[in-house]
Unconditional design. Structure first.
Length: 153
């Protein structure tokens, strides 16, 4: 599948999620009608409003889709004198701090999370300093100079 087609599908999903969030906000505003309803109709409206108010999953999905549409800058990780890593691409270097979202390429074909993974930079002595917090649920990885990574802005 061509990248153009994938990007079109991501944009379409973003638009649908945006419309869904607007509709959910409208449903959440129907409290004024609760007093006018009785029985199962009232129970259904209250349940629907409860579901729409707890829409963190839809909001999170919308944010992730927006992330995938951001322009991507790929490069190699380089350790800086201050101990942090920077993503170096050509003459540009972007310093990565804790919480910074990155895409990281896991090069070990024998590893179950081989390939591109999405996550963020964190710090822990358990990993010898800065590491990649893998948000896909796979294993986290210590960062090392020369690893291929990308940021999106």
């Amino acid at each position: 599948m061509e990248n153009r087609v994938v990007t079109q599908e991501i944009k379409r999903l973003r638009d649908i999620l945006g419309q869904t969030m607007v509709q959910m906000d409208q449903i959440s505003g129907l409290y004024t009608y609760c007093d006018e309803l009785e029985g199962i109709e009232k129970a259904e409206l209250v349940e629907l409003m409860r579901l729409c108010e707890g829409s963190d999953d839809v909001n999170g999905l919308h944010k992730r889709v927006e992330y995938l549409l951001k322009p991507r800058s790929e490069g190699k990780l380089q350790k800086q004198p201050n101990g942090r890593y920077a993503l170096v691409s050509g003459n540009n270097a972007f310093e990565l701090t804790c919480g910074c979202a990155i895409d990281l390429f896991i090069p070990d074909q024998g590893h179950e999370d081989y390939g591109w993974q999405f996550g963020r930079v964190e710090h822990s002595d358990e990993y010898g300093g800065y590491y990649f917090y893998n948000e896909s649920g796979w294993e986290h990885h210590g960062l090392h100079p020369g690893m291929t990574a990308a940021t999106r802005k």
